[in-house]
Structures are given as C-alpha cells and as structure tokens.
Design a protein. Structure first.
Length: 151
C-alpha cells in the first residue's frame, strides 16, 4: 500500500510547488515589456531561486546553465548572452529582481525591453525531460539574439 502512495504523493508535491511558484509570479504574460538598460546589447538567462531548494529547483538551474553554455559558447565569449543564478532572498539580488519584475522563483530570458518567462516549462521539464527545457530556452533566446545581431 505504501509503495503505491509514495509516487502519488511525489506528483502531488511537485504540482503543489508549481502552483505556489505560479502564484508568486503575479500572473505575468509570456512576454512582458519592461524598461531596462542593463540587458541592452545582450540576452540574459536568469534563474531566481530561494535559499532552500528542492531537487527540481536545482535541476532547473543545472539544465538551464548547461543549455546556455552548450548552445551559445561563442555568444558567451563575445558577451552577447549570459546565464546567472541569483538567490532572490539575498539583498544583492534585489535590484536585478526589481528590474526584471521577479517576485519569486522564476526562469527568465531578458533582452532590452523583452522578457520571456519560462518558469512553467522549467519546472515541468527540468528533471524528467531536460532536452525539452533546452529546446524551450533555445526558442526564447534565438529570436532575441537575432534581433541583437541585426541592430
């Protein structure tokens, strides 16, 4: 009986965590215009996390960082893209969180006034389908990089 209940409880716990994360985001749309000068001229992939993190939270950071480094090594070298993992509970991250309107755990792709929120995709795929998360990051980053190169 216990062996049947544990997987169900695990799924319920992950679903509850996703609901809580989405509630903290405040209903942002997929792309939202923001005013920023710090991300001008580059694409930022930013993962905001809490101090205490579960296995899924750590997977989001690891897979996202790997994706950026695997997919865009020359762009990283040229300073066109950066991956950052920031603790949203640290005062040192407060300005960045405010700049990109992050109010809780989230994975954002930001460039200039464009903001793409990949939080749902990140928490849905990081552990069970990391290649899908990498695809989602690529789909968000590529148009922003293209726009930078055209400018």
């Amino acid at each position: 009986m216990m062996k049947k209940i544990l997987p169900v409880l695990a799924v319920v716990a992950v679903a509850a965590a996703v609901v809580v994360i989405l509630a903290f985001r405040g209903g942002d749309t997929l792309e939202e215009t923001i005013s920023t000068s710090l991300s001008e001229g580059k694409v930022e992939v930013i993962y905001f996390h809490l101090t205490r993190r579960c296995v899924t939270c750590q997977a989001v950071e690891n897979v996202s960082g790997e994706a950026v480094h695997e997919l865009y090594p020359s762009e990283i070298e040229r300073g066109l893209i950066v991956f950052r993992s920031l603790n949203i509970e640290d005062e040192s991250s407060e300005a960045d969180a405010k700049r990109v309107k992050a109010t809780g755990q989230c994975l954002l792709v930001v460039s200039g006034e464009k903001r793409v929120d990949l939080t749902s995709e990140a928490f849905m795929h990081a552990r069970n389908n990391p290649e899908k998360l990498k695809e989602e990051i690529k789909k968000a980053v590529d148009p922003l990089l293209k726009a930078l190169k055209e400018d």
